[in-house]
Design a protein around this ligand. Structure first.
Ligand SMILES: O=C(O)CCC(=O)C(=O)O
Length: 294
């Protein structure tokens, strides 16, 4: 198993993230890359959320983990062990999502912290971490992610309505950008980055002729499940761990055909406006406010 070194763990705590080039081999990720190219709507599951300017950002979240490739990745031993090493605590799967930018699409992710949303779901402590795994090349031109290094040390910052979307308080963002370093994550398929739930991050439009796809898998400490009602799908569930060689050995069913994705529609009271809901029939019940799904 590929475990994180002490130096990698220290880098995460210092910078708010740790880049792991080649955490997956390109071969392990290739079936997902191929399937996303062949069916960029993921069988209709992909939905479009508004960014602050009203442009579409396409994403599909899920909490339950199938035996499909997209359900196996968040259950892999190296992925879960890495999250636990960084949290210093046992964890469970919060949610995962595919975040896709079509060629020549204008949508951006406005600057935000993930915990800003999860806090409002009743998560008491920011003991949450996400691993972002590049499915295809993530470049400056096609809208790779940017982060503000060490911004996790700022703690949770207020977020509010920003045009059609939601984002971090502008005055604090400006101060963070003035005092801290902005870094871009240019990644090859299989490269991964673990990042802290209070790390400020964003991404730009895809100005290229190629898609940009990344999968985010998020984890919460086992003893930190939401205390507010209505969060049943985010309550603690043990992870059925899969061995690290599961991708290489083909120990998965389809890439995403059997995966149950979260489906939302309408406007959300708190977060992002839904521009286009999923059209896939198997939307996970109960249907959720999208601000609760991000
Ligand atoms: O995929 C991206 O570019 C960023 C997505 C993101 O920030 C999020 O889903 O919270």
């Amino acid at each position: 198993m590929r475990s994180l070194s002490q130096a990698e763990i220290a880098r995460y705590h210092g910078d708010g993230y740790v880049c792991l080039p080649g955490f997956f081999s390109a071969d392990e990720i290739e079936p997902l890359r191929r399937a996303c190219l062949d069916d960029p709507s993921l069988g209709g599951a992909l939905m479009a959320l508004a960014d602050s300017a009203g442009n579409a950002q396409e994403v599909v979240p899920y909490t339950e983990l199938s035996d499909d490739l997209v359900g196996v990745i968040p259950r892999l031993e190296r992925v879960v062990a890495g999250a636990e090493a960084l949290l210093g605590l046992p964890c469970y799967h919060w949610h995962s999502k595919l975040s896709m930018k079509r060629p020549e699409s204008q949508g951006t992710w406005d600057w935000h912290q993930d915990y800003a949303y999860w806090y409002h779901q009743g998560v008491l402590r920011p003991d949450m971490v996400t691993i972002a795994i590049a499915v295809d090349q993530n470049t400056l031109e096609n809208g790779c992610m940017s982060v503000i290094k060490r911004s996790h040390k700022l703690g949770r910052i207020e977020h509010g309505r920003k045009g059609e979307a939601s984002g971090v308080d502008q005055a604090r963002l400006e101060q963070a950008l003035k005092h801290l370093e902005k870094v871009t994550w240019q990644l090859a398929p299989g490269d991964a980055v673990y990042f802290h739930c209070n790390l400020l991050h964003a991404s730009g439009p895809n100005l290229s002729a190629a898609p940009r796809t990344i999968i985010h898998c998020s984890y919460n400490a086992t003893d930190n499940a939401p205390f507010l009602p209505g969060q049943d799908v985010y309550s603690y569930r043990p992870i059925a761990i899969m061995p690290d060689n599961a991708l290489k050995d083909g120990a998965w069913d389809t890439v995403f055909d059997n995966q149950i994705f979260i489906s939302t529609d309408g406007d959300s009271g708190y977060g992002y406006k839904v521009l286009r809901a999923s059209t896939r029939a198997d939307g996970q019940a109960p249907r959720q406010n999208v601000s609760r799904a991000l």
